[in-house]
Design a binder for this molecule. Structure first.
Ligand SMILES: [Zn+2]
Length: 296
């Protein structure tokens, strides 16, 4: 499964299409141009400059999206200048879903390792990507400036406050963003684009009250991170090429692994997207923990 996802075949896997027929011959890697042509019957727009990608979080989802994109670097019709923002260190219990790190990395900061590994993988495919890193958290004081300087945000944070902060900042900066999250057996990927709306609040409205259901508290099924991360990658590539719409994908591994995809609708009373939005700036109080037992 992972070989299929990470060897250029992930596009076929996600769409239920295998472009080479005999099972005893290797899968043929398709270029993104071919993939788009198959589905849209038209040539995709090819960005002339590198896409500036901001990865919020270098955990399981960040690792998966970056790894899939870097492994497919020679198939994509654009190159990437990235920035990864994360303040965490590599820990042993997360190695099974954070594919860019090894045993010898335990205790080291994720962000510089992430940048180095992604550049190396892209280079192995003949592509020169520049990935910068920032060992920090995305916070109300830096979110807008970070997002304003990129073309696309890939959000894989492990807490609700950061997810809503990134969603609000992307909408205010009019930047496309792809969110994703995995908790236990469930996962989702949500694309807001190209101007950051409809947004995360159109669907989830606000940070949940009470004890939050996050992977840190409730746990996560490791292989599901790879699948949700691949779905997130597909949405990100579509947005980068200007062909992606606002989309919500929900995956329930307990119900036969069903994957449901539907357009994300703008909610008329969304505090961010309404004609007269309540949220017109980034204010710290919007992202404070809603109760004492909230720990992100
Ligand atoms: Zn909204």
């Amino acid at each position: 499964m992972l070989e299929l996802l990470f060897d250029g075949g992930f596009l076929e896997a996600l769409d239920g299409k295998i472009f080479s027929s005999p099972l005893d011959t290797p899968l043929r890697s398709v270029t993104m141009n071919e993939e788009i042509s198959v589905h849209l019957k038209e040539a995709p727009k090819v960005p002339s400059c590198p896409i500036r990608v901001l990865w919020v979080g270098a955990g399981g989802l960040g690792c998966t999206t970056a790894l899939v994109m870097a492994k497919s670097a020679h198939l994509l019709p654009f190159s990437i200048e990235g920035l990864v923002v994360d303040d965490d260190v590599v820990s042993a219990e997360n190695l099974h879903r954070q594919w860019l790190y090894q045993e010898e990395d335990i205790g080291q900061s994720k962000a510089p390792l992430f940048a180095k590994r992604v550049e190396e993988i892209a280079a192995s495919k003949g592509m020169r990507w520049k990935i910068r890193w920032l060992q920090a958290r995305v916070l109300p004081e830096n979110a807008l400036s970070l997002i304003e300087s990129c073309d696309l945000v890939i959000e894989g944070a492990d807490n609700f406050a950061t997810k809503f902060l990134v969603a609000d900042a992307a909408r205010l900066a009019k930047k496309p963003v792809v969110h994703a999250g995995v908790v236990r057996w469930f996962g989702y990927a949500l694309a807001s684009g190209p101007e950051g709306k409809p947004c995360l609040r159109c669907l989830f409205e606000d940070i949940p009250r009470g004890r939050p259901d996050t992977c840190a508290i409730s746990g996560v099924v490791g292989p599901l991170v790879a699948l949700v991360g691949a779905l997130q990658t597909k949405l990100a590539i579509e947005l980068a090429m200007g062909i992606g719409g606002s989309t919500y994908i929900h995956l329930d591994a307990l119900r036969g692994g069903s994957i449901r995809r539907r357009p994300l609708r703008l909610r008329e009373d969304c505090p961010g997207c309404a004609p007269n939005p309540k949220i017109t700036s980034i204010r710290e109080e919007l992202y404070l923990p809603p109760c004492e037992d909230w720990s992100g």
